[in-house]
Ligand binder design. Structure first.
Ligand code: ZN
Length: 357
């Protein structure tokens, strides 16, 4: 039976933890969860082509609305009829709202101001002034033609006081309402999915308040907003979200983090960790982390990971990759990125296999 786009179904549960295996129906096929989406910030995963992504076996990617909106700019994407055709990728693409980057500019670089109805800021490339509103965040993501969109939320620093946190929740709710209304009214949303983002920092009561307000508006899935500092709050937030809705841990994902959060019942992850660490020579293997620049690998003829079937591990030695990193050859960064992403793909596959009750 053809399922409506946005349907999320839990197909199996773990009998020891809260982990679940599920399926998210998108217009570009089914995403098997728990799933991982690497961050293709500027509509590219550094060093990789879309053929590489296909070979690695990724189910989906994330691109950053803020970055793509500035370079190449929305007009270029429009010219290509959407981001999939621009980067020649036919699997699901998730976009963030751009809020995280904009709030970072405001809080850290003092390059803007938050108003009741949006955020004024200057971008980090041209210094041009922009005004990002909840409506605009939806319009940009619909123009990008992404498959899963996120509402513009109002994050605060993890150390914010209660007053600031309450304000963040009330703005997030108000903006989520505007986002959903804008989304529903726009015809381009028919084959797309929109998720809300739960605020409340490290306070369980505030997390509950934020979730309940968002659930009144109604979303098919929810992201964990802000930086996850305390496991009990992260788990509590997952418990708030009904079984039938997707739980998205945004921007957090070492292999250990992902395993921990999957056990709490989270379904979807994105993170720069595997790709950024690969570019710095830190590889994930079935035997733990490997820093390939370490002198002990200079003469090591073994593959990086004997259990891995990626281009790097089936072709080259640790010694050769060590050499590529020593001479700062881009091929080294490329092979390491392919390996780390393949490691994540296999890790998610294995977790899904283990959830079978
Ligand atoms: Zn490998």
């Amino acid at each position: 039976m053809e399922m409506p786009i946005g349907t999320f179904e839990v197909v199996a549960k773990d009998n020891k933890t809260k982990a679940r295996r599920g399926r998210l129906y998108t217009r570009r096929g089914i995403i098997e969860t728990p799933a991982f989406a690497p961050d293709a910030t500027y509509a590219v995963l550094k060093h990789l082509s879309t053929h590489d992504l296909e070979k690695i076996g990724l189910q989906m990617i994330l691109t950053n609305t803020y970055h793509v909106n500035i370079r190449p700019g929305l007009e270029v994407i429009k010219e290509h009829n959407g981001i999939h055709n621009f980067l020649k990728y036919d699997k699901p693409i998730l976009t963030d709202s751009g809020g995280w980057q904009v709030f970072s500019l405001v809080y850290e670089s003092k390059m803007g101001k938050v108003l009741d109805n949006g955020v004024k800021f200057r971008d980090h490339i041209s210094g041009d002034e922009h005004f990002l509103t909840p409506q605009k965040a939806i319009d940009i993501q619909l123009t990008l033609d992404s498959d899963i969109l996120m509402v513009l939320d109002y994050p605060v620093s993890p150390n914010a006081n209660k007053k600031d946190n309450l304000y963040s929740i009330s703005r997030t709710t108000a903006w989520a309402k505007i986002s959903k209304d804008t989304f529903v009214k726009d015809e381009r949303s028919r084959d797309k999915i929109l998720y809300g983002i739960i605020q409340g920092a490290n306070d369980k009561d505030l997390r509950k308040k934020s979730f309940e307000e968002l659930e009144q508006i109604g979303f098919g899935g929810y992201g964990f907003g802000g930086v996850p500092l305390y496991d009990d709050v992260v788990e509590y937030t997952a418990d708030l979200i009904p079984d039938s809705k997707l739980r998205y841990m945004m921007g957090s994902g070492t292999p250990d983090d992902i395993k921990k959060y999957v056990a709490m019942g989270y379904d979807l992850f994105d993170c720069v960790v595997p790709t950024r660490n690969a570019r710095h020579g830190l590889l994930y293997t079935s035997e733990g982390e490997m820093r390939i620049t370490n002198a002990k690998f200079k003469f090591d003829k073994k593959p990086v990971d004997e259990k891995c079937d990626c281009e790097l591990c089936t072709t080259y030695s640790r010694s050769y990759l060590h050499h590529l990193f020593k001479i700062k050859e881009p091929l080294g960064r490329r092979l390491a990125t392919i390996h780390n992403l393949r490691f994540y793909v296999k890790m998610m596959e294995e977790m899904r296999k283990l959830i079978n009750h």
